[in-house]
Design a protein around this ligand. Sequence first.
Ligand SMILES: [Zn+2]
Length: 269
Amino acid sequence: MKLDKTNVTITNVQMHLESAFHKFFREPFAGFPRFKSKKSSRKSYTTNVVNGNIFLEGKYFASLLFCCENQTAEKRPAEKFIGIDFAMQGMCVFSTGKRAEYPMFYRNTEKKLAREQRKLSRCQKGSQNYKKQKKRVALCHEKIRNQRKDFQHKLSASLAESFDAVCVEDLNLKGMAGGLHLGKGVHDNGYGLFLSMLEYKLEERGKYLIKVDRYFASSKICSVCRKKKEELSLSDRIYYCECGNRMDRDVNAAVNIMNEGKRIFAECA
Ligand SMILES: [Zn+2]
């Protein structure tokens, strides 16, 4: 927000000070006016619109305060289950065989971010161009964050709408990022954020999010005959089993996660 150089700024500060003193003298518990703290104060400033004194540029924020009744619905029996396997780079695979992936425009913004970051690396640190470029990079990051959030909201809403129980792997994100050199992808997915969206959206509808133990061998088990493989490398994209089952690796895992979820659900019920 950009403010013009009218006297509104000074007038406002003076008015705030006046009301602070007014309170101090009139109200029994109001303390003596204090300066903003250098360490912990919010960098905020309140003003009012007079004769078009405020020029807005860029983003607009709106705050709404409202009351609503508790949305949590009564729990109900679960019939429609789905399992989700989270593959790398933000892709998830469902036990139904379908996949969901970040849309193309998200990938495009990612490319743009890489471009802007390259440009930044060529700018001289501290220069005017550097500052401008840094702002562009920050805006790109923000756009990506927003696009990701939007996608996650829509996906979790449609899942919560269509299924009674959603089964997921309770991933240990830190362990995964450290151990497998897949860190960036895992963190970028905002997996934890997605799960919390899913959780409250299901809850609101009286439905269930079932977390399957992270040590459950979802990838190694055959989803048809339940036999477990000893070895399965990350490069094996198709799951083959002696029983004749031949399935996409991630779909096989998602079906296993769903079955395990059903088992847990039956145990708790
Ligand atoms: Zn099998």
